[in-house]
Design a protein around this ligand. Structure first.
Ligand code: SF4
Length: 540
């Protein structure tokens, strides 16, 4: 079993000791210990500018907008307006699974780009953008086209929104644009916000004619079907009797978004990327939202119970209980088999904006200990809980991200529950708009680090020597060369699903294999421990 350090403050000092004074001062505000349950949570510095040259894990606004939120829709042509790099490197590298469905439409295997050249930078790229939209339309006849700006587009002043408007009139399909130039904000996070705004403005609730049949209608916000996670969640929801109107946006279609305002409850998986739509839909249509987590068998059961409680229907509540009981049989069998091999082992998670929290549940189910966790681009509310929202100051780097002013829809605003009903449900544990954040309950010996960099990662590994480290592809091979297995929590190392009950079983087995493989003991060649058997001497 690994050594468990006890003094987080000492380790923090070591992490920043070699940094220039100004950098050390800044980094110190983004590193703190976890807290015990119910204890006050100190403020963590997050969602601030990345320190130049520090080797961050972060990506850009375009990645958050196109790569994360809107990219996973299968029947929208997502057109990158920019030089070829942005579209090329984001081509099929995020594992959003799709199923073409009866209409057979699935543009996920493609990468659409205007492939800007020097000529477009000098004379402007609007003409090329118009031509690309027309070509995509003529070739694929999509129902919608979404345009994504990359860095140079904002600098040269292409008006992508005007192009979208004129092409929408000309072609008669939905065309909307996202000003998600990579330099906006400080990370992927700004791109999420931009995507939320544009989908709210141009797509959500634009079809009032199609009626959605079924009882207990819900949307799943912030679930991107990595490795088939959304398929597993869909299976469970259907088994329980919920009607899933739209998933934002794993395996989704533009039509799903158009009718999403028919749902009676929004459930939020990834709080960071989709909380804006959740809030806006509540204001505009009166749909309340709750936070859920389908990562972890216990967490899935808890989320299902909360969703069933919201609808206050005994038949649904009973069915949910029956499904949980049935599903947990297989889950518990695997946990019992594996836990003796994983109990007491240690893990660290530094990923994105939600998984570093969600996956702690799965590790706890294997009786593993969390030594540290942090996000690339989360905000204070994702760490400390939503109660800090009124105290968050938007700094100069994020002030250029538009805040939409949303008002109740004059005809379609329909509160799903009265104030009294909401209060009553709240008492029963249905926590509307609630998210407690990651830090609570992590314990004082755990390290919380925002926007971790390469140097801090190496230092942490030297000090803590965790049994497993969770991060992404950029960290994977560096960490493994240090003799520690790295589980990719963005692409699941091509595995998954890990959501829901079947996903939990997959996870237990994968983690067991990773922390118990003997390969790490073979890193040193035998002669490195015994010393050289034969040594040559140079003779002049
Ligand atoms: S930072 Fe700019 S150039 Fe790089 S991927 Fe993002 S949009 Fe493209």
């Amino acid at each position: 079993m690994s050594t468990k350090p006890t003094n987080v403050e000492e380790i923090k000092k070591e992490l920043i000791a070699k940094m220039p004074t100004k950098v050390a001062r800044k980094r110190a505000k983004s590193i703190l210990p976890g807290t015990e349950m119910g204890e006050p949570i100190p403020e963590i510095q997050s969602n601030v500018r990345t320190i130049p040259g520090i080797i961050t894990q972060r990506g850009c606004t375009y990645a958050g907008c196109k790569g994360v939120v809107l990219g996973p829709s299968r029947d929208i042509v997502n057109l990158t307006h920019g030089p070829i790099g942005c579209g090329f490197y984001s081509w099929l590298t995020r594992r959003n699974q799709t199923e073409a469905g009866p209409d057979g439409e699935n543009f996920i295997p493609y990468s659409f780009s205007t492939d800007m050249t020097e000529h477009d930078i000098v004379f402007g790229g609007e003409k090329k953008l118009r031509a690309a939209i027309k070509e995509a339309y003529d070739t694929f006849h999509p129902k919608a086209i979404s345009i994504f700006s990359t860095c140079p587009v904002g600098l040269i002043g292409d008006d992508i929104h005007a192009v979208a408007r004129t092409m929408q009139e000309e072609l008669g399909i939905t065309i909307f644009a996202n000003s998600c130039e990579g330099y906006k904000g400080v990370s992927q996070s700004a791109g999420h916000h931009i995507a939320n705004n544009q989908i709210m403005k141009h797509v959500i609730g634009t079809d009032d004619d199609t009626k959605i049949e079924g009882k207990f209608k819900v949307n799943m916000l912030g679930e991107y079907n990595i490795g088939g996670d959304a398929f597993e969640i869909e299976r469970i929801l259907e088994k329980c009797g919920f009607t899933l109107v739209a998933t934002f946006s794993g395996n989704s279609t533009v039509q799903d978004f158009r009718v999403a305002h028919n749902a009676d409850l929004n459930t939020v998986m990834c709080h960071r990327s989709l909380n804006y739509v959740a809030e806006m839909m509540e204001t505009k249509f009166g749909i309340p939202w709750i936070k859920v987590n389908f990562i972890g068998a216990e967490a899935s059961a808890k989320s299902l119970r909360r969703m069933a409680a919201y609808f206050e229907d005994q038949e649904l509540i009973d069915r949910v209980e029956a499904v949980i009981a049935e599903e947990l049989v297989a889950v518990n069998k695997v946990v019992e088999e594996i836990k003796p091999r994983t109990a007491g082992k240690t893990a660290m998670l530094f990923v994105g904006g939600s998984r570093a929290h969600h996956y702690q549940e799965l590790f706890k189910e294997l009786d593993m200990k969390i030594l540290g966790a942090g996000y690339e681009f989360a905000h204070r509310d994702d760490y400390e809980g939503r109660h800090v929202l009124p105290n968050i100051k938007v700094d100069a780097d994020s002030r250029n991200i538009e805040e939409l002013e949303i008002l109740p829809d004059p005809e379609r605003y329909k509160p799903r529950k009265t104030e009294a009903e909401m209060a009553r449900l709240n008492e029963k544990g249905v926590d509307f708009k609630g998210y407690e954040g990651m830090i609570e309950g992590m314990g004082k010996n755990a390290m919380v680090i925002d926007d971790i960099n390469h140097y801090e990662t190496e230092k942490l590994l030297e000090i803590y020597k965790p049994d497993i480290f969770c991060a992404g592809i950029k960290e994977k091979f560096i960490v493994q060369k240090m003799g520690i297995p790295l589980k990719q929590l963005h692409n699941y190392d091509m595995g998954g699903p890990y959501a829901g009950f079947n996903g939990a079983i997959n996870w237990y087995r994968d983690i067991d294999r990773m922390v118990n493989t003997k390969v790490w003991a073979l890193i040193k060649a035998p002669w490195q421990s015994t010393g050289p058997e034969l040594e040559a001497t140079y003779v002049a």
